[in-house]
Design a binder for this molecule. Structure first.
Ligand code: SF4
Length: 219
């Protein structure tokens, strides 16, 4: 029997409890984490965040005033560290130039306009922009990623190849428009995909198995 997206979410929430927001004590830290996490495990991002904290560089103001060459060696565990150091600088420059380092000012802008602005920043793609909007800004913008695409592909929600924006549209048309739901659902999917529905899935332990279209669910 097929489960709806909301039923899938509820099963994961029953299993893990409310997971809610992005790990991070400040808005700066959430955004730095969102930029650093591309193509790397969260464990490695944590190592980089720790190093940045040790060196007093966990704020956009400090990043703005620090050369990329000094930031890069601190974020080596995140791979592509020179490129990611430059991305942090690019965001910090945008934040300075457009919003004078004010998050209330920045997140007061409507979601579509701000999303377009974030996507103009060199190195900030859709997944990063949407993570910033949803988790740092509390904006109504769902985030999808490789984990979400893999899980929902296996469960039969994405039967064809979809672009990032098509994936988001497919998901949000099936769930209520609610920021807490968007945050928690994405967080549940990421956690479940990292621990159970992995590249080599642990179907024997899966609470979604009865609804899964993947051949591995029948093994
Ligand atoms: S049954 Fe297996 S492939 Fe399907 S969702 Fe569960 S872990 Fe993933």
């Amino acid at each position: 029997m097929s489960m709806t997206l909301l039923e899938i979410y509820q099963s994961l929430r029953d299993l893990y409890g409310h997971r809610g927001g992005w790990p991070g004590e400040t808005t700066d830290e959430i955004i730095i984490g969102a930029i650093l996490t591309q193509n790397v495990t969260w464990k490695n991002v944590e190592k980089a965040l720790h190093k940045l904290k040790e060196n007093g560089l966990i704020s956009m103001v400090e990043i703005y005033h620090t050369p990329a060459e000094r930031i890069a060696p601190l974020i080596i565990p995140t791979r592509y560290y020179n490129m990611k150091a430059q991305r942090l600088k690019n965001f910090a420059s945008f934040f300075h130039d457009e919003y004078s380092f004010s998050y209330p000012k920045m997140f007061n802008v409507d979601t579509a306009t701000l999303r377009n602005q974030l996507l103009q920043i060199k190195g900030i793609g859709r997944e990063t922009a949407d993570s910033i909007l949803l988790y740092a800004g509390g904006k109504l913008q769902f985030v999808t990623d490789a984990y979400t695409a893999r899980l929902l592909g296996r469960l039969g929600f994405f039967t064809e190849k979809l672009t990032y924006d098509e994936q988001v549209a497919r998901i949000v048309e099936q769930i209520p428009a609610d920021v807490d739901l968007y945050q928690d659902m994405h967080a549940q999917i990421v956690h479940f995909s990292a621990t159970v529905c992995k590249a080599k899935p642990l179907c024997g332990e899966c609470v979604l198995r009865r609804s899964c279209a993947s051949p591995s669910a029948r093994c």
